[in-house]
Each structure stands twice: as structure tokens, then as C-alpha cells.
Design a protein around this ligand. Structure first.
Ligand SMILES: *Cc1c(COP(=O)(O)O)cnc(C)c1O
Length: 366
């Protein structure tokens, strides 16, 4: 058949092993997944109550325009309804943006290491991918600017960055936006924005008003604890949204996900509570790294990428046998490191005790 050339040899996204399978494989009663940066506390109790009472008619198609959710998000950020687009997760928006703007002959600029969906989608569209290495674990915005030329269509800034957790400061971002050519779309992926507490990071909403070539991506998957509902959104000037909207599948969010997101959004106290707990959990990982002299990236998210001074894949396997699923650095392009989602205090404590055991076995602390 006449497949696109670039499809040949391409691999599907490799999700972590399902928890049930890991339980069976290793005969474990309990498995904790600290691999995909979900909220360890789940969603707001209000969402749980709502789900129990749900009486919606799921035989009918959802509102493709997500009107009620649109109004709620517009009010939450004080933006216009026409300045929002909803995706089946922000993954969907990344695909929509790529499909609308990338094709053979154009290029796209991103950091390396960063979120794999940027280059994965770009490759499917046959665009040239320009990866600019991180500098000290952070986006190297100067070199990213240098990588932009007249054939560049999209530049991706993951802020905070996955998998390092580092941020681009407001000052750096502001200088960068002023220099990117007006006809290059800047995608500011803020999947973890709720967790950021570094004062160098300031609210970014106002930038999309100043820059017609900027779109912000946010999601209900991380801090809101609603990953399974697949709901992300983009914020940009109405002209940009109007260009992207025809590329979106007509019913890309379900009735239930739209309703649940509204409830989640209404409980900001819950988000605050989770972020406070996350800070304490982060301190557990930082203390472990400092105690053992392991390098770690300064994270403004609910995960930490840190050195294990051993083969990442071996550490991944050994931790899985002990009931914890994490991300091996090897899979993220940084061998010798692991990325761990910050869990509850008890999960973190147990994880770190077992990790100490594994790293001792591996001769790291000899
Ligand atoms: C998790 C994540 C996403 C995708 O989130 P969904 O809304 O669940 O699709 C996007 N960008 C980054 C950087 C992420 O870490």
C-alpha cells in the first residue's frame, strides 16, 4: 500500500506496563505507578461525587463546541470563548497544531530533551525536526532562535519542561517571544503550570494578547487528576483558534469529560492542597539525592528527573519487581537517570527506601 514514507519503521508510543500486568508478573498485591505524572491523590472529591450522581444521556453525541466547559474556562482565565480550543488531551492539540502547520519542506524547532509528542507528530507530517540541546537542563532559547529560519513553522517551548521539570523564566520568555518571527507559531506547553511556585515564572496569559503567533496549552490530566478523561485546551487569539478548529475532530471530548472538567475547575482549593503536598513530596526526593550525591534537575512539577549512577533500565526493572513503575531515563534519552512522579508521602518514603536497596545492590553506594 501507499503509506507515507515516514510511517515506515515508526514505533507507536510505548506506554508503561499496565499495573494489573505488573501485579501478575511479579505476584505483587499492590503496584504504584509513578511513571506518567498523574496526581497521586486523584481528582477532587467533588468530581467523585459528581460521577456517582451522573445521569447524562451518553447515547447522544457530546457538544462538539464544548459550550458549557468553554464558558467555565473562559471565566476562569478571563479570556473570550473564541480564544479557546479543546482537545482530547493536550496530545490531541499537539497533533492538531502539527497537522495544520507542518508538512514536507518546513521545519519545527524544539528542545532536546523535551516532550516526545512534538517530534513524533512532526515526523508523521514529514516535516524536518530541529532539536536544540538543553543547556544546564533548561531550554536554550538563544540557540532555539538561531535554529529558526524562513522555513520554520512551529517552535515548541515546554514550560515547565518534561522530563527535566525546569522552567523558562518570565524574563527569558518575554525576550524570546519578542525575537521569534511573527509568522512562526510558538507553542507554550504548560501541562504542569499549576505546580509551579518559582516567582521567576509569572502568569503567561497576557502574552497571547500581545503575540498573535502564540498558543498556550494546558490540561486537566496532571494537577486536576483527570488524565483518563482526556481533556486539554489551547488559549490563543481568535484568528489562530479559527484556523486550528477545522482540523479538530468534531466530537473530540465526551459528554462526561466536559462535565467532569467543569467540576474539577470549580475546586481550586483542592488543586492548592495537592500542590502543597507535592512540594513536601519533592523535598523527600531532593533530600535523598543530596544525601547520596545524586544529580537532580530542579523541578517545578510533580516529577523529578535524577541520576542513579546505574543503568536506568536495570533500576526500572528492579523497582518494578518491587511494585513501583517509573520511567527509565534510557527511554527519555537520558541514560543513567530515572524520572519519578511525586506520589503521596508514604509512597515516596517506600519508593526511596526500596531505591536505596536497589542502588546498594547495584554497587552505587560502595
Ligand atoms: C502529560 C503531558 C501532556 C499531555 O497531556 P494530555 O492532556 O493528557 O494529553 C502534554 N505535554 C506535556 C509536557 C506533558 O507532560
Amino acid at each position: 500500500m501507499k503509506w507515507k514514507q515516514q510511517i515506515h519503521g515508526m514505533k507507536a508510543y510505548q506506554p508503561g506496563k499496565p499495573m494489573e500486568e505488573v501485579k501478575r508478573m511479579f505476584g505483587l498485591d499492590e503496584v504504584v505507578k509513578l511513571a506518567s505524572n498523574e496526581n497521586p491523590f486523584g481528582s477532587s472529591p467533588k468530581v467523585k461525587a459528581f460521577l456517582q450522581a451522573d445521569a447524562a444521556n451518553h447515547a447522544i453525541y457530546p457538544d462538539g463546541y464544548a459550550q458549557t466547559l468553554r464558558t467555565a474556562v473562559a471565566n476562569h482565565y478571563d479570556v473570550k470563548e473564541s480564544e479557546l480550543i479543546f482537545g482530547n488531551g493536550s496530545d490531541d492539540l499537539i497533533a492538531i497544531i502539527t497537522r495544520a502547520l507542518l508538512y514536507p519542506g518546513v521545519n519545527t524547532v524544539m528542545a532536546d530533551l523535551s516532550f516526545s509528542q512534538y517530534w513524533h507528530n512532526a515526523e508523521i507530517e514529514g516535516a524536518e525536526v530541529r532539536k536544540v540541546p538543553l543547556k544546564d537542563g533548561k531550554h536554550d532559547l538563544d540557540n532555539m532562535l538561531d535554529a529558526i529560519d524562513e522555513n520554520t513553522s512551529v517552535v515548541w517551548v515546554c514550560n515547565p519542561n518534561n522530563p527535566t521539570g525546569t522552567i523558562v523564566s518570565d524574563e527569558e520568555l518575554s525576550n524570546f517571544l519578542a525575537k521569534v518571527p511573527e509568522d512562526v507559531l510558538v507553542v507554550l506547553d504548560e501541562a504542569y503550570i499549576e505546580y509551579v511556585n518559582d516567582p521567576a515564572y509569572k502568569e503567561t496569559i497576557h502574552y497571547f494578547r500581545e503575540y498573535s503567533n502564540l498558543i498556550l496549552l494546558r490540561t486537566f490530566s496532571k494537577a486536576y487528576g483527570l488524565a483518563s478523561f482526556r481533556l486539554g485546551y489551547g488559549i490563543a487569539q481568535a484568528d489562530v483558534i479559527a484556523k486550528l478548529d477545522p482540523v479538530r475532530a468534531p466530537f473530540n471530548n465526551t459528554i462526561l469529560s466536559q462535565a467532569v472538567a467543569i467540576v474539577g475547575l470549580s475546586d481550586q482549593d483542592y488543586i492548592k492542597h495537592c500542590c502543597e503536598a507535592n512540594e513536601k513530596g519533592k523535598a523527600q526526593y531532593v533530600a535523598f539525592c543530596e544525601k547520596h550525591g545524586l544529580h537532580y534537575f530542579s523541578s517545578q512539577t510533580n516529577f523529578v528527573l535524577f541520576e542513579v549512577k546505574a543503568d536506568s533500565n536495570v533500576v526500572f526493572e528492579e523497582m518494578m519487581k518491587r511494585g513501583f513503575i517509573i520511567r527509565s531515563g534510557a527511554a527519555l534519552g537520558i541514560q543513567g537517570y530515572i524520572r519519578v512522579t511525586i506520589g503521596t508521602e508514604a509512597q515516596n518514603a517506600k519508593f526511596l527506601t526500596l531505591l536505596e536497596e536497589v542502588l546498594t545492590e547495584q554497587g552505587v553506594f560502595a
